[in-house]
Ligand binder design. Structure first.
Ligand SMILES: Cc1cc2nc3c(=O)[nH]c(=O)nc-3n(C[C@H](O)[C@H](O)[C@H](O)COP(=O)(O)O)c2cc1C
Length: 200
């Protein structure tokens, strides 16, 4: 029993939308329902509305000068540091991902290193896939490993019933595939980091 608990993966779910009237929480809560069905991983939802981050960066290599900025970071950074893996829930804004998400990514470095990242995207025609492809480029710079299979909701407003259930069962299949791949990489990289600490 304890072995199983010790082996559970900690997954930080980063919700990348902070817009007033946003649809993001519907998508994030649907994803959390998938975690609730699994015995191999626990999710920690990081909602950037509840835990906003500063937007003024410090001198390179120095901590933020203001105590307020340090306090905001303290609510997020340790959760990213302890995560074995990440899932980013992102809408598509102008063929990319929201600026608030880039801000959250840029505040962190080693927290991303040698860890896997999966994606759930949503938007209009493109299902947020252009946002995901751009995130892959950014995360490669941060020594993260992005998961091939993702989940995308095209025309997201019509994809959920009032209870927050995805109306297309293919999306549930896609979520399981993505999380299974994420689990494989998260275990593999956690074991590898323990044997040979990642240095970059
Ligand atoms: C500033 C902005 C830009 C958008 N650009 C795109 C886009 O390029 N492609 C697309 O498919 N949908 C686009 N959309 C639609 C969003 O993906 C959709 O409204 C989604 O619900 C936004 O996520 P949110 O509700 O969590 O903020 C855009 C929406 C906004 C607010």
């Amino acid at each position: 029993m304890s072995d199983m608990n010790d082996n559970r993966l900690q997954i930080a779910v980063l919700l990348g939308s902070t817009r007033d009237g946003r649809f993001g929480p519907v998508v994030a809560n649907w994803l959390l329902s998938h975690f609730a069905r699994r015995e191999d991983m626990d999710a920690d939802l990081i909602d950037l509305v509840e835990t906003p981050l500063p937007t003024v960066f410090p001198v390179l290599g120095e901590p933020p000068a203001s105590p307020e900025a340090r306090e905001l970071l303290a609510a997020v950074s340790p959760r990213l540091a302890t995560a074995d893996a990440f899932v980013i829930v992102t809408p598509e804004y102008n063929h990319s991902f929201p600026a608030v998400l880039k801000n959250a990514i840029d505040w962190h470095g080693r927290e991303w290193h040698a860890k896997p990242v999966g994606f759930v995207s949503y938007g209009g025609f493109s299902a947020g896939l252009r946002a995901v492809e751009q995130l892959r480029l950014v995360l490669a710079e941060l020594h993260a490993v992005t998961i091939r299979d993702s989940v995308g909701f095209q025309g997201v407003w019509a994809q959920f019933d009032p209870a927050g259930t995805a109306t297309d069962p293919a999306c549930d299949v896609a979520a399981k595939t993505m999380l299974d791949q994420l689990a494989w990489w998260a275990h593999a990289l956690r074991e590898a980091r323990a044997v040979r600490p990642y240095s970059a």
